[in-house]
Design a protein around this ligand. Structure first.
Ligand code: NAD
Length: 376
């Protein structure tokens, strides 16, 4: 009978679960290394008071699939630290350094930033262990949010997906939910392809202009800390107005589960590029698919950030990062859409199958056990 400690285990992983408890320092943390067949796992360190083993495992598995789908030589892992990320800075540094020393020998895990940790935290971890991604530029980091790695990847996906569903990117009308780091750069890189931003939203509302919005002007406006609705660049409305805006390409770049069975029919776009993670429920994706709306799933379309981190880990430059993001997202979007058509399945199913096959193929090269699939 399977012991509770192994309740998550399947043929892919997890390879290892490490519980860290140092009462003298108030350190409680968990590291899940899910799968390292393709290479050392990369995944974020999340700091929050209410994290759990279950959450850590699910996030680690998501990284296994995302890294494989992106075609990276990395498996998936994740770490959680049970603590308030807003604690006093000295205490936070002490805690993160103690965590780093505790995982120093876990060379199958390369930490990255996540909720509650940032590039400074990654610098402390790097100082203690020599391993981490998402570092400050001065010690080799590539500032992925500043350069727009994920938004650039979304535009690369659009270049393949738009013609696939009969859309010309030139003149295509784009609506973006969440004009933050991912959303602004997606708008910028799509404008370079002559697409036209017709609507954008943030947590306070939506701005809509069917004649087009000047992307750089809206970015400059947003940088002043105001809402897109105050820009005067079009008609403004509540945050949900973005969902029914008349457009060709719809990009969720805000929160999970924003598209559900109750509002999926309001989407007018022919193409959805998922910038946010899990922005639609499974039911909503099925409804949209049946209506003929093409969806490029999150872990294919928004992989620009993690690809950038992998380039950084190898000491690559910003220019190399853009080149690798372009190559990988172009190739993977093409593969997923072709497979979805050939097998008459949804792009998400095709992407999951592709990722799983890559992990299993990598596992086939391993010397010891852990070979997935038949015969073990
Ligand atoms: P961000 O905080 O920079 O931007 C988020 C934007 O969404 C903000 O403008 C915020 O006002 C807006 N927003 C929040 N709630 C909203 C709502 N209900 N309606 C409309 N807008 C709303 O975050 P980000 O880094 O751009 O990430 C956006 C999403 O993309 C997240 O789900 C994140 O997990 C995912 N993602 C980010 C990256 C990356 O490289 N940053 C990579 C992969 C996935």
């Amino acid at each position: 009978m399977m012991d509770d400690a192994f309740c998550f285990a399947d043929e892919l992983g997890p390879e290892k679960i490490v519980h860290i408890h140092q009462p003298a320092l108030g350190l409680k943390a968990i590291l899940v290394i899910d799968n390292i067949a393709a290479g050392p796992s990369v995944g974020g360190v999340r700091m929050a008071p209410d994290v759990s083993l279950d959450e850590c495992f699910r996030l680690a598995r998501a990284m296994t699939m995302k890294n494989a789908a992106a075609g990276l030589p990395h498996g998936g892992g994740k770490a959680v630290i049970f603590a308030d990320p807003h604690m006093d800075p000295a205490g936070k540094e002490e805690l993160i350094r103690a965590f780093a020393r505790a995982i120093a020998d876990e060379t199958g895990y390369i930490p990255g930033p996540d909720m509650g940790t940032d590039e400074t935290a990654m610098a402390w971890i790097h100082d203690e262990t020599g391993r981490s991604v998402g570092l400050p530029a001065v010690i080799g980091g590539i500032p992925l949010d500043e350069i727009g790695a994920t938004g650039f990847g979304l535009a690369a996906a659009a270049k393949i997906a738009a013609p696939h569903c009969g859309l010309d990117l030139k003149g295509a009308r784009v609506a973006i939910q969440g004009f933050g780091s991912v959303g602004t750069h997606a708008a910028r890189f799509l404008e370079r392809e002559d697409a036209v931003l017709v609507a954008a939203s943030d947590s306070r509302g939506t701005v809509h202009n069917p004649d087009g919005i000047d992307v750089e002007a809206l970015i400059r406006f947003k940088a002043r800390g105001q809402s897109v609705t105050e820009s005067g660049m079009g008609e403004s409305g509540d945050p949900d107005m973005i969902i029914g805006v008349d457009c060709d390409i719809w990009i969720p770049a805000a929160r999970p589960d924003v598209i559900h069975a109750g509002n999926a029919d309001a989407i007018t776009a022919r193409l959805i590029l998922q910038g946010a993670n899990i922005p639609a429920t499974q039911e909503a994706e099925e409804m949209l698919h049946r209506r003929g709306v093409l969806i490029v799933p999150d872990f294919i379309a928004n992989a620009g950030g993690v690809i950038c981190a992998a380039v950084e880990y190898r000491g690559g430059t910003e220019a190399v990062a853009f080149q690798v993001i372009d190559e990988k997202i172009t190739a993977n979007t093409r593969l997923v859409l072709q497979r979805a058509d050939a097998e008459k399945i949804m792009p998400r199913q095709a992407a999951e199958a592709l990722a799983r096959e890559r992990v299993e193929e990598a596992m086939g090269f391993r010397r010891r056990s852990n070979k997935a699939g038949k015969g073990g």
